[in-house]
Each structure stands twice: as structure tokens, then as C-alpha cells.
Ligand binder design. Structure first.
Ligand code: MIC
Ligand code: SF4
Length: 638
């Protein structure tokens, strides 16, 4: 067996481990972050279970940390008190980005983890089977429900040899994105193997599993080996280690080989993580902003590299250079060792340990700026500036640009590469986490005015619906429901946040859809790629969207649509996409009986018949008919 199958078989509750079939998995750990967590805990609360049933659940505050009004602070208080009540560890703002902190302090090889954030697979860096999911799926796991996925194909990514100087783990994942594209990973788990794996430290592995999310993959992981043991040891968590490696004759559903010595510094061009080219092919482009940080590249090693490279050097005067260490542990160690001094002295702006600019929480670049970021996503407008040109690269390439003021190959401009040693012992101060109350019944959950109660939906679609929007391929959840400092504070306020649905794509969408009784969105390939934010389903549902008809869907968004009662249909013939126009009224037979009886969903558009598909299990159809997962759970509890 391969590593993924070993972990799956230990956690299998139902279904058979055959690619394409639905399986239910027992979940050991959950994590949430504040931008998705408030909804997740409101949903958890609605299920009426007094204590979480997982081995470990952690609630992080890392996204909405700019407090330009009361909203985010209200959310933080709510998260702190609800965590104390229900048995969840609380990690307050300033502690760091959920994925970085979880890897350092809580991740355990061989365990299953789901998180209400799409980059939860970062845990695969230490051999966890970790999935991004909608908040409601995380709430379900906390009440002891299994997590349902379609059993993916398991693809072996054989890494051969060793990276050359100034080429890094980021270049490995950029290369995989170049080969596979943002939709190539759908229905797949990427398992990294081969002798090249032994040359990668845990933080490097975590950079890869983190950004493998951008492939659309179900998840990705590395084996848990001596390198994993060494990392956990240095974190003071040797007891968390178990060895999990593939059997010698392990079978896979496909194989990709990456020859590490032949890789060179790569960069993803605006506005997609898979628009990958060699740095040397775009060198010389003037740069306005450089950012090192995010859950992809903010480890102690990444920051130490920055400190070494920047020692006694100054940032180019035309560059705004921002650095956000991934966790309090990283920041504390940087300052204790004196390395932070080098970074500050170079002219960098030091941000708190949080998502920050990655999610548009500050540091929006200037108009038409070229911004080089060590992050994982560069969808148009995500930075907060619609016409900014955001490139994704390694810390090495980012540093070269910060010093020279232009895109440059680090091999040409940075001289000899410094060696960064893993510290003997990481600074492990777990007092920063707040343990839940032993008796939660006495804890009062504090809900400020920003926490708006959940909305009840029901299945009320009849025999027709109107096209409220038609969009193209690779629509991301950032298009559907933008993030950024202005909109994120309303994540706990559905009526308010829904007004921003598709705001940057079609500013009239929200008001148009609200006036239609039953609305349809028509999309292209890979609809809903990117984040796990269930608001990208909840807000359209609030605006009366009852169906999304697309050429294909991204996994987490598909699950979120079903969870909130929106029917996800795909075209039987993708060419039929051209037959539908904005404003068309589409007729079909009674939607409820179609689903109940498993009949074809045939749509009539202007006299033409369009065959559509819905590849849903009985459970998923019942969820839709119940008006969403929360209703379904309540019905099944009665
Ligand atoms: C992101 O990187 O897009 C986010 C913000 O972390 C999201 C979660 C969210 O929208 O709150 C994700 O990746 O799931
Ligand atoms: Fe935060 Fe960015 Fe990572 Fe999302 S991708 S969790 S916003 S750092």
C-alpha cells in the first residue's frame, strides 16, 4: 500500500477504497480560522452537542486581524468564548497562521485532519492526511460525523536528486503546477516519494503540500520518515512521531517524475498560479512591492534565509518590502537570535504573524503595481488592487527582486547561497494557546452585533429558473465572494456579505439575483476553484441562486454548494454552454421529483433541450432535498 491508502484504510467508516466511489472517513483533528470559523461554530452550536468529539480541535485567529471597526474584534471574542465552552483550543491573533502553527505544535503523522481552509493539506508535510473543507463539514466532524469524499486517484510524484543552490521547494510545486495546471489535480491525491524526498526538510515539504491545493487536488502528502521524526523532535514532540512509508511494491494510479537538479527558479505570472515560467525569461521587469510570508513560505528557515541574504544590505528604494513571519514561534526565534535585526535594518516592513497581504488584509499594492509574493494565489484583484500584477515565487526570487528592484534570477545577483541550519530546539511556548474550560456549561458565549444568526433555507425550486449570471472557466471563490479588508469583516453577517457577491465581476449581480425568485449561475470549467469559504455558496443561496450549471466543479466548492442546497449540474455536452445566455428563462420538469427519482435533468432554453448531469450520491440528493446539510442532520436526528 501507498501512504495515503494506509491512512485511509485505518480511518475508513464506509465505502470501498476504489477511485471514484464515495468514502466516509473518521476525522481525528479539526482546525478552523476566524474568517470561516465563526460560521462553522454557529453551525456547530445549532447541532446541540455539548463537547467536541474529535481528539483535538483548534480555533485559530489569523485572517481578520486588522481591526478597523468592531467587527473583527467581535468575531475574535465569539471564537474565544465558544472554544472555551465546547472543548476547542483557542489560538488568539498574533499566534500565527493556522497551517504553520498546526504543523509546529499539533500535527501528528498518520492522523486525519480537516480544516475550514483550503490549505489544510499543509499537514501532509508531516504525513497527515489533511483536507480543506467547508465550515459546515468541519462542524460535522466536530460532532463526530464522518467526512465524505470521492475516493481520489493516488498519483506518485517521484522526486529525483537534489535541488541546486537558489532553487527551492517552491520551485518544485510551481513545476508541478506548470505540468498539471490548476485543474489537473481534481480527484487526485499527490503522494511525494523517491530518494529526492530525503533531501527535503519538513518546512520544505510543507511548502509543497500547502500549494498543491492550487492543483485542485483532494490533498497531498509526504511519508513520515526520519526527517519527520527529526523535525518533531526539535519541536519537543518526539512522541507524536510514527513511521509511515509506502510499501516497496506500493501501487499508484499514475506517476510523475521531477528531476530536482534540472529545476531552475520559477515564477507564476499574473493572474493564475499555473502560469509558470522561468524567472530568467521575465527578468528585468520593474517591481513595486515584494512580500515574504503566508502559509506557503513563512517558516523559520524561510525567514532565516531572508535574514542572511539581507545582512548589511538595503532594499531597493522603489520597492515596498513586507515580511510576515508565519508564527509567533518563528518571530520569537528570529528576534531572540538577532536575525530580525538584519531584516529590519534592510528597510523591510515587519507585519504581524498572520495572513495579512495574502488575503488582502492590508498592503494592497499601488495601481498597476508589480508585486512579487511568496504566497500561493494570485487571482485577479485578490491583493486588493484590481489592476495589480501579482507574481508568485520563492523567497529566494523575492529577495533578489527586493534588493535589485526588478525580477532577477537569484543565481545572478545573490552570490553564494548561505546555509540555513534547522535549530537544535524550536522555541516551544504552548502557553500562548488557551485551553478550553473543563466544564463548558458555565461559559457564556459572547456574540457582538457582528454575529448574525444562521439563515434557514428550504428546497423550494419548482420547474424553472432564470440565468442571473454567465461566467467563464476557472472562476475562483475570490471572484464569487471577494475577501480583503473591506469585505472580510462581514463573514459572520450573511445579509451584509451577500451584497458583495461577484462584486468585481458584475457589480449588479447581487441586486439582479435578489429580484429573481429562482436564479441560475452558468459557469465554465473548474468552477469554484481556490478557497474553502462556504460563503461562496451561502451568499449566492441567500440571493436566491438555486442551481449552478457548469462544465465542471472544484471539489470543496461542489461540497459547499450541496451543503447549502444549491444543485450543482454539469453539461452533458460542454458545447451546450454556448446555447445559454444571461436572462434566459430555463424550464425543466419538477426539480424535486427529478432528484427523488434520479431522472435526467433536462433543461429547455429557447426551444432547445440541454442534457445536464448530476453525479450525486443518495446522501447528497437527500441533503439537497432537505434544503441543506444542517436541515438533513436535524431530520436524521429526529
Ligand atoms: C484563502 O487563502 O483564500 C483563504 C482566505 O485562506 C480561504 C479561506 C477563506 O476564504 O476564509 C481558503 O483558502 O480556504
Ligand atoms: Fe492565510 Fe493566505 Fe494561507 Fe489563506 S493562503 S490561509 S489567506 S496565508
Amino acid at each position: 500500500m501507498n501512504v495515503a491508502k494506509k491512512i485511509i484504510s485505518k480511518h475508513l467508516i464506509s465505502g470501498s477504497i476504489e477511485a471514484g466511489r464515495e468514502i466516509a472517513l473518521k476525522i481525528d483533528q479539526t482546525l478552523t480560522q476566524d474568517a470561516t470559523g465563526t460560521m462553522a461554530y454557529l453551525q456547530y452550536e445549532a447541532m446541540g452537542v455539548p463537547r467536541v468529539k474529535t481528539e483535538l480541535s483548534v480555533s485559530y485567529v489569523d485572517h481578520n486581524t486588522l481591526q478597523s471597526g468592531f467587527e473583527n474584534a467581535d468575531d475574535h471574542k465569539f471564537l474565544q468564548t465558544i472554544s472555551a465552552k465546547y472543548g476547542i483550543i483557542f489560538s488568539p491573533a498574533g499566534n500565527g497562521i493556522c497551517h504553520q502553527v498546526h504543523l509546529e505544535r499539533f500535527g501528528v503523522p498518520g492522523k486525519t485532519l480537516i480544516g475550514s481552509d483550503s490549505h489544510t493539506p499543509t499537514g501532509g508535510g508531516i504525513g497527515m492526511l489533511a483536507f480543506g473543507a467547508g465550515g459546515l463539514d468541519v462542524a460535522c466532524a466536530m460532532v463526530g460525523q464522518p467526512f465524505y469524499i470521492t475516493m481520489p486517484k493516488i498519483i506518485k510524484v517521484r522526486l529525483v536528486g537534489k535541488l541546486r543552490d537558489w532553487v527551492s521547494a517552491k520551485d518544485i510545486i510551481l513545476e508541478l503546477l506548470r505540468i498539471e495546471t490548476v485543474k489537473g489535480g481534481r480527484g487526485k491525491i499527490y503522494e511525494f516519494c523517491g530518494e529526492g524526498v530525503k533531501n527535503l526538510s519538513v518546512p520544505e515539504r510543507a511548502t509543497i503540500t500547502n500549494m498543491a491545493t492550487e492543483l485542485g487536488a483532494t490533498t497531498s502528502l509526504f511519508p513520515s520518515d526520519e526527517i519527520t521524526r527529526d523535525f518533531l523532535n526539535r519541536q519537543g514532540r518526539a512522541q507524536a512521531w510514527t513511521e509511515i512509508t509506502p510499501d516497496e511494491d506500493a501501487a499508484y494510479d499514475g506517476e510523475i517524475t521531477i528531476d530536482l537538479p534540472s529545476l531552475e527558479p520559477l515564477i507564476a505570472m499574473p493572474h493564475m498560479p499555473d502560469k509558470v515560467v522561468k524567472v530568467k525569461d521575465v527578468k528585468g521587469i520593474k517591481v513595486d512591492q515584494v512580500a515574504i510570508g503566508s502559509c506557503t513560505n513563512s517558516s523559520f528557515s524561510d525567514m532565516m534565509l531572508a535574514a542572511e541574504v539581507l545582512k548589511n544590505k538595503k532594499i531597493n528604494k522603489n520597492v515596498s518590502f513586507v515580511v510576515s513571519p508565519g508564527s509567533k514561534q518563528v518571530l520569537a526565534m528570529l528576534s531572540k537570535s538577532g536575525a530580525l535585526f538584519n531584516i529590519i535594518e534592510s528597510g523591510a516592513r515587519i507585519l504581524e504573524s498572520a495572513c495579512g497581504p495574502c488575503i488582502g488584509m492590508g498592503q494592497a499594492p499601488k495601481s498597476k503595481a508589480v508585486s512579487l509574493r511568496t504566497f500561493n494565489r494570485n487571482f485577479e484583484g485578490r491583493s486588493g488592487t484590481k489592476d495589480a500584477q501579482v507574481y508568485l515565487c520563492s523567497p529566494e526570487v523575492a529577495l533578489a527582486a527586493a534588493l535589485t528592484g526588478e525580477i532577477a534570477d537569484p543565481r545572478d545577483v545573490l552570490g553564494g547561497k548561505p546555509t540555513i541550519q534547522m535549530p537544535e530546539n524550536f522555541l516551544a511556548d504552548d502557553d500562548q494557546f488557551q485551553q478550553p474550560a473543563a466544564d463548558g456549561s458555565k461559559v457564556e458565549v459572547i456574540k457582538g452585533p457582528n454575529i448574525v444568526s444562521l439563515k434557514q433555507f428550504s428546497f423550494d425550486l419548482k420547474t424553472d429558473a432564470t440565468v442571473a449570471l454567465k461566467v467563464g472557466d476557472n472562476i475562483s471563490t475570490d471572484h464569487i465572494l471577494p475577501a480583503g479588508a473591506k469585505i472580510l469583516p462581514f463573514r459572520s453577517n450573511l445579509p451584509k456579505i451577500s451584497q458583495f457577491t461577484y462584486a468585481a465581476v458584475d457589480p449588479d449581480f447581487a441586486s439582479r439575483a435578489k429580484d429573481i425568485k429562482d436564479a441560475i449561475i452558468v459557469g465554465g470549467e473548474n468552477y469554484g476553484q481556490g478557497s474553502s469559504r462556504e460563503h461562496a455558496a451561502l451568499a449566492p443561496r441567500f440571493l436566491n441562486v438555486k442551481i449552478v450549471l457548469a462544465k465542471s466543479f472544484a471539489r470543496i466548492h461542489l461540497a459547499n454548494l450541496i451543503n447549502f442546497g444549491i444543485i450543482p449540474l454539469t453539461f452533458d455536452d460542454p458545447n451546450d454552454y454556448d446555447l445559454i445566455n444571461l436572462g434566459d428563462n430555463l424550464d425543466f420538469a419538477d426539480a424535486a421529483s427529478i432528484l427523488k427519482e434520479g431522472k435526467d435533468f433536462i433543461i429547455e432554453a429557447g426551444g432547445k433541450y440541454i442534457k445536464t448531469k448530476y453525479d450525486l450520491t443518495r446522501r447528497q440528493k437527500d441533503i439537497l432535498l432537505a434544503g441543506g446539510l444542517l436541515n438533513w442532520i436535524k431530520q436524521n436526528a429526529d
